[in-house]
Design a protein around this ligand. Structure first.
Ligand SMILES: *[C@@H]1O[C@H](CO)[C@@H](O)[C@H](O)[C@H]1NC(C)=O
Ligand SMILES: *[C@@H]1O[C@H](CO)[C@@H](O)[C@H](O)[C@H]1NC(C)=O
Ligand SMILES: *[C@@H]1O[C@H](CO)[C@@H](O)[C@H](O)[C@H]1NC(C)=O
Length: 507
């Protein structure tokens, strides 16, 4: 190796020698907690600060138990989910009792546990800080931040008439309890209680055990800002609190988490809410090489889950990123109800047909033999598949190869190019694209597309919400992305190359 050690520069003066040098091949212990959040049964009714604190106490008590368990297993960093402290479905007014004004750690150093008197109305920050300090680990949580708008009217144009902002916010505490990072979510998902920050925030923090981490929240992961900005600045380790509603066949939590980590060649520490009514489950820790994850199944007790894993430190390659951007998936988390076919009608060869997958009109062809080669196009965007079903069984499951190039417009607007091999939910081609979790048919395949973007996220989902690591994914300089896989351990539900055409999002 040319570089046997990576030197990390710290701005802070309290650096002890030894912490700054991370040798290549070093590792750390990380934890994520999938939290069954105690909800406010009447989230739209304003409540007093005191009642809000009584409510969040229940969630913070669980956080404290989990911090203790994680610390016992050696965790150096612990991540809690989006909305895990107060829950969701608040109005702008009804969330007021839960908000705290979070000082900017880039402007001042503050340890809420050690200096509780510096700011009033910061009970949640103090409790989180004391957990980090007490259990000697970095702790990431998500809460609401109330910030006054600037006084100059010109710069406050994005400000609400009530004179302040309310942000969906990730906070990070170092292992001695200092508030070291604050990130305001950029891409809100129908969150009436919160404001979009006036500028996109690109926020990272350094750790002595693993170097730098970048911060994202939920829906952010599908968009260029801040996610791709961070990747292109060389950040290789991401913290991802989320409250994600699952949507098969392309946007189940663990499926997209895996896809993002592989496509960007980064580590992702993802912590989701557990709520069966809202179809929220699926958390994990993903590196380019490994995946440690949890995804509850129907009938499982509705409870939290702590995951702890030893992960390799990913080195940043001074300036330019080592990220590959070879593949990606589409996000299917948030829920939706209306169908909207805004794309013009397509003419398709007679063997192909159009069926809606996650509200987008995919062009499909059926896998009508046990082995073969197929192509399907949506306009000029084409996907190729070479496949062989194993064993040459008498399975009657129907599979289809789908292509979509266009802008997804239901519950969020984002431009896509997707190649997907899916198991159809039924025996009829009209069921292709519908949700299905189980499959018996194992398929060896080579899936390929020529994309109009470098940002393609690959994933393979097997029966029972099990992830498989693609054996081979490569992208050439013409953005032809190829995923090859064989010897599946279980039946294939979805194999996907999910391309994000960020450059078309605003057209
Ligand atoms: C939140 O709102 C969604 C959609 O309106 C609804 O389905 C869900 O039940 C609500 N959840 C809670 C906890 O009130
Ligand atoms: C992905 O990251 C790993 C670990 O940093 C590195 O060895 C590998 O070369 C990267 N892959 C690509 C295609 O850049
Ligand atoms: C399968 O589909 C291909 C292309 O649509 C067609 O050429 C072929 O004859 C079909 N095979 C069977 C067994 O129907």
């Amino acid at each position: 190796m040319f570089l046997s050690a990576l030197i990390y520069c710290y701005l802070c003066s309290s650096l002890r020698f030894g912490e700054a040098v991370l040798s290549a091949g070093s590792s750390y212990v990380a934890a994520v907690y999938e939290h069954r959040v105690f909800l406010n049964p009447e989230p739209r009714v304003p409540l007093s600060r005191c009642d809000a604190l009584k409510h969040v106490q229940k969630n913070l008590d669980i956080y404290e138990e989990q911090a203790a368990r994680a610390a016992k297993q050696g965790a150096q960093i612990l991540v809690f989910p989006e909305d895990g402290i107060q829950g969701f479905n608040f109005s702008r007014l009804s969330i007021s009792g839960y908000l705290e004004t979070i000082p900017d750690p880039q402007q001042e150093k503050w340890n809420p546990c050690k200096e509780p008197g510096r700011y009033t109305n910061t009970e949640i920050l103090q409790r989180l800080s004391c957990m980090a300090h007490g259990y000697n680990l970095y702790l990431v949580a998500n809460m609401g931040d109330l910030q006054p708008c600037p006084v100059e009217p010109s710069s406050s144009s994005s400000c609400s008439p009530d004179g302040h902002w309310q942000f969906n916010t990730n906070v990070v505490f170092s292992s001695d309890g200092q508030l070291v990072a604050r990130y305001h979510k950029r891409n809100l998902y129908f969150e009436e209680a919160f404001d979009t920050p006036p500028q996109t925030e690109i926020i990272t923090f350094d750790t002595p055990f693993a170097g730098r981490f970048g911060l994202l929240t939920c829906f952010d992961i599908l968009f260029h800002d801040p996610t791709v900005v961070l990747v292109e600045r060389g950040v290789r380790q991401f913290i991802f609190p989320t409250a994600w509603m699952n949507q098969l066949p392309l946007l189940d939590t663990i499926q997209f988490q895996r896809a993002f980590s592989l496509g960007a060649n980064v580590t992702l520490l993802a912590s989701n809410i557990r709520n069966d009514h809202l179809i929220m489950t699926g958390s994990g820790m993903y590196t380019p090489f490994t995946a440690t994850y949890h995804h509850a199944r129907q009938g499982d007790p509705e409870e939290g889950r702590l995951l702890v894993a030893t992960l390799p430190v990913l080195e940043e390659s001074g300036g330019r990123t080592e990220s590959t951007f070879s593949a990606a998936t589409d996000s299917g988390y948030c829920q939706k109800d209306s169908c909207d076919y805004s794309s013009p009608p397509k003419t398709v060869p007679s063997s192909s047909f159009i069926s809606s997958m996650m509200y987008d009109p995919f062009s499909f062809v059926l896998l009508n033999e046990t082995a073969g080669k197929l192509e399907v196009c949506d306009g000029t965007f084409c996907c190729q598949l070479q496949y062989r079903q194993l064993p040459q069984s008498d399975s009657t499951e129907l599979y289809a190869l789908g292509a979509f190039a266009g802008t997804h417009t239901v519950n969020g607007r984002y431009a896509l190019q997707v190649c997907a091999l899916v198991r159809c939910a039924g025996r009829d081609s009209s069921s292709c694209g519908q949700e299905v979790e189980e499959a018996e048919t194992k398929i060896d395949f080579r899936l390929e597309g020529k994309f109009g973007t470098r940002y393609v996220y690959p994933s393979i989902l097997a029966s029972g919400l099990v992830l498989e690591q693609p054996q081979h994914v490569e992208k050439n300089e013409n953005n032809i992305v190829t995923m090859i896989h064989s010897d599946m351990t279980d039946g294939l539900v979805t194999a996907c190359l999910y391309g994000r055409m960020y450059q078309l999002d605003n057209q």
